[in-house]
Structure formats: C-alpha cells, structure tokens
Design a protein around this ligand. Structure first.
Ligand code: NAD
Length: 360
C-alpha cells in the first residue's frame, strides 16, 4: 500500500533538496502517493498568499508531511510560513537529533544529542507590537501602570507567553522520547535566573514532570548561556535537551554546527496525530537553483519520516546509504569536502543519485 504524504517543496533551495529527497525515499522501495502542494514564494504567485488553505487541508488529511525550507522576509513582508504551519497544525514538539556522521570534518566526532524544542509559545508566538502604532502606545501606557519600570514610548514590544500546559506537554514529550529511545538523561534549558516568571514556570514544570520519571530517566537543568558554552567545550555530557521555542531555535543551529553544519541537520515537528518533517536549515536564497547545496539534512528528515511510518528497515538502509556516501567522501557536495572549493564536489542531485545507488 502506498503512503499518502503531503510534499511541500518550499522555495529557495527547497525544490532542489525536496527533489533529491523524494528520489532517495522512493529508492528505498517504500511506495509513496505524494500530494504536492505549494507554500512560500511560489504560492504567493499562484494564490496570493504564502500559506494557502489547501496546504493545511492536505496535511490534516494525510497526517504526514515533508517540507523543504521556506523563506521568511526579515523585518517586513509575510510572517513565517514555517512557524504558522507548526502553530496552525498544533505541531507542538520539534525534534532535532544531532549525531556525528563518520567522514565529516568537525570539532567533534562523538556527538549524540537530541533537541526537543517547544513549538507553539515563547517569543515565537508572533504577538508583536510595532513601534509607534496606537496599540503599542496603549500597551506601553498600560504596562507602566501595572509595574514600576519605564518603557521607552517609541519601543517595539514582543510578548513571551509560557504556559504550564504547553511546558508540561513538551517536557513530557522529551521524557517519553528518552524512554522509548533508550536515552538516559533530560536537561531542561532556561534563563529562570532572569526571567523568573516565564522561564521560572518552564523550569518548575520540568522539575515536576521529572519526578514522574524518577528512577527511569535522569534529569537536570542548565541556564541557556552556560549551555551554549558547555556545548562547545563538553557536548558529550548532554543527552536529550528540552527547551522553550527561541532557545531551541538557536541551540539547534549550534548543535548543527557541532555535527558539521546545517547541510546535515534533520528535524521533525510532531503533534498529537500529525507529523511534519523538515531540515533545520533555511532556504539559503543565494544558492537557489544552483544544484549546489547538500541534500543530506532533508534526506535524513525523510529517514525520521520513515521511522514515524514504521518503515524501520527502509529507514536503516537509507541512513546507512547516506553515511556510506559521506564516509567515502567522493560524491558529496562542497560543504562536505575537506577543502571548501574542492572542484571535485558534486551537485545536490548527483549526491542524491549516489545515495540511491548505495541503496540497491
Ligand atoms: P539558511 O539555513 O537558509 O542558510 C545559512 C547558510 O547555511 C547558507 O548560506 C549556507 O552557507 C548554509 N546552508 C544552509 N543549508 C545548507 C545546505 N543544505 N547545504 C549546504 N549549506 C547550507 O539560513 P538563513 O540564510 O538565515 O535563512 C534564509 C531564509 O530561510 C530566511 O528567510 C529564513 O527565515 C528562512 N528559514 C527557513 C527555515 C524553514 O523553512 N524551516 C528555517 C530557517 C530559516
């Protein structure tokens, strides 16, 4: 039976890494019935919106989706389609494994971490007030009445909601993931020393949830700035990290750097009964259409999808093929060559073809 899966190619380098991923997934022998839908810049041209309703409808129906990256204009234009998808589909958990791949030159060769990022709240909730707007002024005046600190009247404001329910849900997800994947420890990451009410609540909730898992999974916590330093100096001491949205975003890229860069970092967004798989990296517009970037991050997101579908043998074979091609170091993209401008680097599709060949 074919798996009906929504495929969102995205924009920038999205269509290229999506095409590469599609052929690798198909080369495993698992049969897919792709439902391809447009989001991002391509959707604006056709539908006048970056996130047409048919995208959400398709994912809700199929329950499984894989997507390439989508651009988010900085400081203007439409809000992030990536964030909107996670929020509208209630994909509350973002799972980002960071595991060293043999053959990749990096500061460490023994990284094996999992990042669990909360996806629905925090400064990412999109509750923002623009500088100089009447509502912003009203908010500032109200805030000045409610507490003693002065706020510059020409300030812009972003709101950071952190709730007990969403915190509990994500921390429980991290512990359940740890249990079912034979992980030993969960570390809650926060800045509760400064943000006593929001991050304080996240930490307090995490400590309470940890008690339910006592004796089965270890627990500790770490302040986010200290974590950033420790991850660079001694990453082996961490196992599963659970973080609020913004810290999760930043630390994911740091961990991608630990395993060799954004070109190899895979991810999944998971809700109650819907899962959407996507690489950690963005749409890298300067490389769009050049057949140059590394398809690994999205292919490994496809491996996560195969596991989610219960296709464990296909997942194991595809992951092994990716590792073999990278270890051999011949049919790999520029970012995986020891010298960056190595003329023997191959393109996105050629690397995917080499992976497909390994599968046969
Ligand atoms: P980016 O991840 O797109 O690229 C940063 C750099 O990382 C690139 O210039 C490139 O050097 C490297 N890189 C990224 N992907 C690579 C790959 N597959 N192979 C080799 N090298 C790769 O980050 P950015 O430039 O900050 O963001 C570009 C756009 O993507 C922005 O609009 C941003 O909002 C968006 N974005 C989208 C997502 C998503 O779709 N989930 C995630 C992050 C950023």
């Amino acid at each position: 039976m074919a798996y009906k899966v929504t495929l969102i190619s995205g924009d920038g380098i999205g269509p290229e890494v999506s095409m590469a991923t599609k052929k690798c997934l198909e080369a495993t022998g698992v049969v897919f019935d792709w439902e391809e839908v447009l989001a991002g810049s391509a959707a604006i041209e056709k539908y006048g919106t970056p996130l047409p309703e048919n995208v959400l409808k398709s994912v809700r129906k199929n329950k499984v989706a894989i997507k390439g990256p989508i651009i988010t204009p900085i400081g203007k234009g439409f809000r992030s389609v990536n964030v909107a998808l996670r929020q509208k589909l209630n994909l509350f958990a973002c799972l980002r494994p960071a595991k060293s791949i043999p053959g990749i030159v990096s500061a460490y060769s023994d990284i094996d971490l999992v990042i669990v990022r909360e996806n629905t709240e925090d400064l990412y909730a999109g509750i923002e007030f623009e500088r100089g707007q009447p509502n912003t002024r009203k908010l500032i005046l109200t805030l000045e009445k409610l507490q003693e600190k002065k706020i510059s009247h020409d300030a812009a404001i972003s709101i950071k909601p952190i709730s007990p329910a969403a915190s509990r849900r994500i921390v429980k997800f991290a512990f359940e993931y740890a249990l079912s994947n034979n992980r030993k420890k969960v570390t809650a990451v926060h800045k509760a020393n400064i943000m006593k009410f929001t991050d304080g609540l996240f930490l307090e909730t995490a400590q309470r949830v940890a008690k339910e898992y006592e004796g089965r999974v270890k627990f500790d916590d770490c302040i986010v700035d200290n974590l950033a330093m420790q991850l660079v100096k001694n990453p082996q001491k961490f196992d599963v990290l659970v973080l609020p949205n913004l810290y999760g975003d930043i630390i994911s890229d740091l961990c991608a750097g630990l395993i060799g860069g954004l070109g190899v970092a895979a991810g999944a967004n998971i809700g109650k009964n819907i899962a959407l798989f996507e690489p950690v990296h963005g749409s890298a517009p300067k490389y769009a259409g050049l057949n140059k970037v590394n398809p690994t991050a999205m292919i490994l997101s496809g491996v996560l999808m195969l596991k989610h579908l219960g296709e464990f043998e296909a997942a194991r074979r595809l992951e092994a093929a990716v590792i073999a091609v990278i270890k051999e170091g011949i049919y790999v993209t520029y970012d995986l060559k020891k010298i960056r401008d190595d003329a023997s680097a191959v393109g996105t599709q050629e690397m995917a073809d080499a992976i497909c060949k390994r599968l046969r």
